[in-house]
Design a protein. Sequence first.
Length: 297
Amino acid sequence: MATRRPSKSKKNATKLFVLDTNVLMHDPTSLYRFEEHDIYVPMMTLEELDANKKGMSEVARNARQASRSLDEIVNISPDGIDAGIELTGPSSGLATGRLFLQTEFIDIQLPASMPTAKGDNQILAVVMHLFEKFERKRPVILVSKDINMRIKARALGLAAQDYFNDKVLEDTDLLYTGVREIDAAFWEANGKDMESWKQEGRTYYRLSGPGTADLLINEFVYQEGEQNLQAWVHDKAGRSVTLETLTDFGHTKNNVWGITARNREQNFALNLLMNPEIDFVTLLGQAGTGKTLLTLA
């Protein structure tokens, strides 16, 4: 299949970004993340938002928030939606482009191997229609978090890209994780003069050595294997640190409003959230990992 190449006259034209449903469910504020460029929301994207808005998961919450944002934008439009809705006001100046909603029936013939009954393919049909409509006027780009969706778009000769605008850093490995794995070598290097004691059901370890200098207060440490351990840095003075074992919120006896931790990271989060001495907690993770649910609990 021949690849369609954009016309040179479109180089400096305002782009039209077509949003896949997963973009809005990943970041409901993505409506305001495209600066001076326009965005287009297909009817199938609205249908899929509606189908995913029920439930208590973060994905459902994001779908509801995206739907509310779209409703607010449409309601403030005095001239209807056919000509596009200015985003400058709703976004408080963050975006200066327009929002377009699909208001027409689009009949595009896709390859026989891509049945139009599938939602992804209906969105691709919309992108193809817009590409042909604006071929010599402006670039049309599909934005999707689904790698297979992007591959199919490129196979059809359409421009497609991932959504990264919600990230402050392009390399998320640079972000502080709050977690550090330790092993037997850590104890050998730093536990020569170790002190340990129990207090109010918790076990404390005071260590000092070369491996403790980089530890931070409230940082979590864990060790897997026969000597399984989950703890955090309770306090620190120079190279001397005190580790405090954690409450196991994965056990039903420690549930929080009926909610228990399903993995190590959720247990860490609940230990932070349930500690009255910690006034401010930040949680970072993908949609659906339970950040909102744990916080509300």
